[in-house]
Design a protein around this ligand. Structure first.
Ligand SMILES: Nc1ncnc2c1ncn2[C@@H]1O[C@H](COP(=O)(O)OP(=O)(O)OP(=O)(O)O)[C@@H](O)[C@H]1O
Ligand SMILES: [Mg+2]
Length: 251
């Protein structure tokens, strides 16, 4: 089983859009995939037309009394399941705090462990912040993918994440940036794509273009290939999935 995360300190850069489309591509290849929506905004859950089970009791799951599998829901797509954004993130953060004060090991890793029986790929859609949750995700994920709009400020947030990894002895090689919302009419975008900064040396080669059709995922509550497989941006996501696979040893 591989665990991957879409992360960026910056909000609104395409983490969720990417997580949902990549999850679709993995599942479409027959890879048993679980997307865990860890963002209280619940955008990934919404885009996959999924609501949390009302009877699930997150607190019992966090303290190990109920199996986390109870939170899993199927999606409209074969081989793709989801844990909708059901956890009150406050409960989760509180529990993480408590357990780490007691010197217990990474709770996120512990919660994910049992999924190895049923899934080959776990995809985490992260909220845009540094927190105990993100630290545990950094520690747990085999690889992290960071969508970057080609601007200087986005590069700075990438640098901050990379520096955090270095300072905390986490392997920065697991960080893979990729360009999103690329608008080739803009000279800075063209320049950065032609000459990617050195710090992006582990980056993924496929850029995701800016395209209005991406917004329509919200109208359809579906991943791009489910309603417009031939759009340029849909093909870019198919290619990005190939890039991601190349970074993972299991596939
Ligand atoms: N390639 C793209 N072209 C055009 N619009 C896009 C593209 N990718 C994402 N968007 C739009 O940008 C907005 C933000 O995208 P998304 O929710 O995926 O970002 P995010 O990084 O997950 O945000 P947050 O930090 O709030 O979780 C959405 O409205 C989405 O439809
Ligand atoms: Mg998001």
């Amino acid at each position: 089983m591989e665990t991957i995360a879409f992360f960026n300190l910056k909000g609104g850069v395409g983490k969720t859009t990417s997580a949902v489309n990549i999850a679709w591509h993995a599942a479409n290849e027959g890879i048993p995939t679980l997307l865990w929506d860890l963002d209280p905004q619940g955008a990934a859950s919404w885009l996959l037309d999924s609501k949390a089970k009302s009877k699930a009791q997150p607190k019992k799951i966090l303290n190990g009394k109920t199996p986390i599998g109870n939170l899993v829901k199927p999606t409209n797509y074969q081989h793709l399941d989801i844990i909708p954004a059901d956890f009150s993130i406050r409960d989760l953060e509180q529990q993480l705090q408590l357990q780490s004060e007691q010197g217990q090991r990474n709770l996120i890793a512990k919660l994910i462990e049992p999924f190895s029986e049923n899934y080959a790929l776990i995809i985490l859609d992260c909220p845009p912040s540094f927190s105990l949750l993100s630290e545990q995700i950094f520690d747990t994920a085999d690889a992290l993918y960071l969508p970057l709009i080609p601007t200087h400020l986005s590069l700075r947030t990438f640098e901050q994440t990379r520096d955090f990894f270095k300072k905390n002895k986490l392997k920065p090689k697991r960080l893979h940036a990729f360009f999103t919302m690329v608008d080739r009419r803009r000279s800075l975008h063209r320049l950065m794509l032609a000459h990617p900064p050195k710090m992006l040396k582990n980056g993924l080669p496929t850029p995701i273009p800016y395209a209005a059709v991406v917004e329509r995922m919200g109208d359809h509550q579906a991943p791009l290939p489910a309603f417009d497989r031939n759009a340029h941006v849909s093909k870019a996501y198919a290619s990005l999935w190939q890039d991601i696979k190349a970074t993972l040893s299991d596939f």
